[in-house]
Design a protein around this ligand. Structure first.
Ligand code: KIV
Length: 266
């Protein structure tokens, strides 16, 4: 095994300009393949509500679901950093957030927990969890737990005003102690500006080529969801195995050929 990836490794990779390859992961078989293919971060996303449970949103995912899948992934990977999503309603207060973050770490084996949003209340929760020694990943832009507020899966931060609001929230999350930040479905220029303005690594999905890291939902990048998504690509095309597709993804992220303009939003 090459050296274990930690939050410090991600910071060093940001400083050195090496792109960070992340994928979602939900079970032991995929986690092992992804780890061996050199994926740096395995994100146990609450997208499992959609791609594993077949639901339209992530809103019915529970703490027990997240602990179960995080345990499967953490048990099968050796090198990658494990980030686990805190499901909706699991961080309604700092105390509840800490209690559930501890469960993801202690029962699931998560190394970082991820939560959505960047208002004052969320920043307080991020500080509270971070101060107790658990690294937190923020998530801004299209945040699926707020899908009913957005009224659909649309690109966010398109106006000057909303882009500035997102940047202020990103800076506030960093100030609150976040170790890294996911930006989902926002214009590439907005993500580039935020990535340059932050010291912490920024992980993009549908956020253009200039983020420090890229993440995709693994079933999307294998063409298993039957959806054509602008921000994703079917890496299985032309490959004879899932391992080959995952290796191609890692290589394209590292050599900066994925994502290109065709996978980005304006
Ligand atoms: O739940 C998830 O898979 C995510 C990624 C898409 C960023 O949050």
């Amino acid at each position: 095994m090459t050296e274990k990836v930690t939050v410090n490794t991600l910071k060093q990779m940001k400083s050195s300009g090496e792109k960070i390859a992340c994928l979602t992961s939900y079970d032991a078989s995929y986690a092992k393949l992804q780890d061996e293919a050199g994926v740096d971060v395995l994100l146990v996303g609450d997208s499992l509500g959609m791609v594993l449970h077949g639901e339209a949103t992530t809103l019915n995912v529970t703490m027990n679901d997240m602990i179960y899948h995080t345990r499967l992934v953490s048990g099968a990977s050796q090198r990658a950093l494990i980030i686990s999503d805190m499901p909706v309603n699991s961080y309604s207060s700092p105390e509840q957030g800490l209690e559930n973050a501890l469960r993801l770490v202690n029962e699931g084996g998560a190394e970082v927990v991820k939560l959505e949003g960047g208002n004052d209340e969320i920043c307080k929760i991020v500080s509270f969890i971070t101060e107790k020694g658990i690294p937190v990943c923020g998530h801004l832009g299209l945040i699926p737990q707020s899908i009913n507020k957005f009224g659909g899966y649309h690109v966010q931060a398109k106006t000057k005003e909303t882009a500035n609001e997102l940047k202020q929230e990103a800076l506030a999350l960093q100030e609150a102690g976040a170790a890294c930040l996911v930006l989902e479905c926002i214009p590439a220029r907005v993500a580039a500006d935020v990535s340059q303005s932050l010291d912490i690594p920024v992980i993009g999905i549908g956020a253009g080529p200039d983020c420090d890291a890229q993440v995709l939902v693994v079933y999307d990048m294998l063409g298993l969801t039957g959806k054509t998504l602008k921000h994703s690509k079917n890496f299985l095309v032309g490959k004879d195995s899932i391992a080959g597709a995952i290796k191609a993804y890692v290589s394209e992220v590292k050599n900066k050929s994925f994502p290109s303009v065709e996978h980005s939003f304006e």
